[in-house]
Design a protein around this ligand. Sequence first.
Ligand code: ADP
Length: 398
Amino acid sequence: MNVLVINCGSSSLKFQLINSETEGVLAKGLCERIGIEGSQLVYQPAGGEKEKSLASMPTHTQAIKLVLDALVNEKTGVIKSLHEIGAVGHRLVHGGEKFANSTIITEEVIAAVESCNELAPLHNPANLIGVRACQELMPEVPMVGVFDTAFHQTMPEKAYLYGIPYEYYDKYKVRRYGFHGTSHSYVSKRVAQLEGKPYEELKTIVCHLGNGSSVCAVKNGKSIDTSMGLTPLEGLLMGTRSGDIDPGAIEYIAKKENLSLEEIMNILNKKSGVLGISGISSDFRDLEDAAFKAKDPAAIRALDAFHYRVAKYIGAYVAAMNGVDVICFTAGVGENGPETREEICSYLGYLGVTIDPEANKVRGKEQVISTPDSRVKVYCLPTNEELAIAKATVELVG
Ligand code: ADP
């Protein structure tokens, strides 16, 4: 079955058309600046050139219409008619406590996702706009929602409760939810396959290191803890997000700088992390260039803090699982940053981790990067959230 996978944001939309039998991508691309001047469609058929075309996209419906037109286009299209799309899989960010699994999208599901909007005000409403637009253009095609939070719903209470009055959990469901669940689930399953071991018997730590980063402890096939929380702001230092910070610092800075809560949150989300510490960039390529080539102290400081925080979380999750069999690095930096992996693993000697420098040169490919005598196996393992969404969609649609 061909599954159209949609990841819809407020002004952009990424798509892939995936054949679920071959797991091949037939075409992929994105719509940028939806509803803004200068919008464009980037479209790439399998084996073909990437095409960029300026096109008016006042609404998400218009953007998806352009995507569908491109998919059936006589010259560059990859299917003859829209009937060849068997289902649509939507990435949905926050399913709260309501969704522990992917689900077929119905009106009730949409209402339940809307009730989680307050928990992810930037993401959920935009995701649902994508769902509505697809429903409008493909009313007969079944749609499935795959949640970033669902995989983490197996976390025990002791991992998801914050140390604050219980009434805030009771009344408002303030707790750890965790994100990147589709990626953590895909990578932890894939590594079990590669190891030839039952998923239910492995202790895996997945380090999803991209612009947004999180670590997840997967024990016996279940997420038992993860570093992001109620929102994707908690945990690791990220490109622009602070990760863990003493809440007392927020009040202190607010008073010193005369800032409102909104202004402080904006700083913690958009001006912090490695960008904030370095003052150079949120992009790890820029930072690595500055740190390794120019020996820029600010870039070195930011990367040091990033590596240290990841290593600290790995240590915490080894304790939470009473051991670890495999550590996986995934996402933009995890897959493509040998230096990042090496620096993080340099903290893990106490676990008996040793990295093979030759194997660790790998970028964007599945590979064991530890030595044969390393007590814990370490992998570079590219994530594939789109394929995971397509598979979950087919499982439900049948
Ligand atoms: P997102 O959270 O936006 O999905 P990605 O997983 O695409 O992020 O990761 C983006 C990050 O990956 C950027 O900081 C980018 O610099 C980094 N990255 C991509 N390629 C490389 C590379 N070859 N070396 C180091 N970092 C890389």
